[in-house]
Design a protein around this ligand. Sequence first.
Ligand SMILES: [Zn+2]
Length: 470
Amino acid sequence: MSAPKPVLRPIVFREAEIADGETCDVLVVHDEIVAVGSVNPPQDAMVVDANGARLLPGLHDHHIHVAASVAAMQSVRCGPPEVTDLKGLGQALGRPGEGWLRGVGYHESVAGLPDRHLLDELASHRPVRVQHRSGRMWFFNSAGLDILLADHAPPPGLERQAGEWTGRLFDEDSWLRSALAATPPVFDAVGGALARLGITGLTEMSPANALVEAGHFAAQMVCGALPQRVVLAGSLALGEWQPQDRLALGPFKLHLHEAHFPDWDETLAAIRAAREQGRGTAVHCVSEAELVFTLGLFAELGVTKLDRIEHGSVIPDALLETLLHMGLPVVVQAGFVETRGDQYLADIPQVEWPWLYRLASLQDAGLVIAGGSDSPYGGADPWAAMRSAVERMTLAGQLFGPQEALSPERALALYLADPFDLGRIRQIEPGVAADLCLLDRPWSQARDILLAQRVRMTVCCGTVVYRADD
Ligand SMILES: [Zn+2]
């Protein structure tokens, strides 16, 4: 069942810059660009005078976690750069209130791996849960633990030492969801925030996504809470989903963790099963060992056009050659250079620095790369990530692999890639979907400093979802 389509007014962008030095009119009818050139506006058209400002294909975030991003907006920050020590953590968690307090973005540089006794000292007045910024670990105080264990048997990932629960939970998100009886969140805050950034498409990358989550996305899109087009990656169970208008089926997400690699044969079977569903496989690779494991899998199975690497945080030259040979694209998070760069420089041996969060050298070698935020684990603003790709500067002002810097044009292109063909850059041309991002000035001026505030209007599927002058 698909929702009734709203009646949309045609839109004419007058004198929009669609390529450097090329200005023309662009006509949108219903959800499609139908003419580019000199246009006679239909009578009922909405006319937008671009006055030479750049009209871009809408940006696509190629790696995001929408539900977790909503939750993060409703949570307190517990890690760098906002919180850097025990005192700051106490202030973040000590806020008055009732019911669960949810902390996010924790990193062990703040106070190691906290146990429930430490959290009790900081906050015993209400149940507290704090998520590690990797998304793979939770820390609970005693009040929080009591609630969880009241009706639910403890899962294997709940740590026990000397016969006592420590309050640390590893890789048990589905157990946690059922123990919290969490209702899925409303997406409107995230949908609106992304529209203001010029984002018209998302690839949702949570590995547990299955039919229930797909149904929730569909409902949130129909009611307008999430105006963007969505490519939904996730589990093999998602393969039964019947793709809809704006909600497409994305790759099988394989979430590796080098401390516990999955069974080799089972993993090969899972990738084959994804292919039988017409899907690629997106593999989470943040370490050299994970990349080696992944390249081994693809060496055995070959690579399809829909397979991809997520993050590619560490890519030594020797593995780059194999990646190139296989033609595997990498979805990068350029924003981490700014927000996490200082931590990496402190934690990672200097000999490995040249392999961290590479950009320009990957492209120069011929590898396809595209950009994703990994929000909420990274910031959702693609313009901030583009600046980070251009400047390669950490928050503390240290240069981080400056040889990997991209030009503003190449940084922008990370978000213009076609989500089903990452090597193809979408264009403003007749016959393509009307997903558009109008800036407030020509590109020759916008490129000097890439800022979200320069987005003047965002159009998703022919509907205006954001106007700066509203
Ligand atoms: Zn992610």
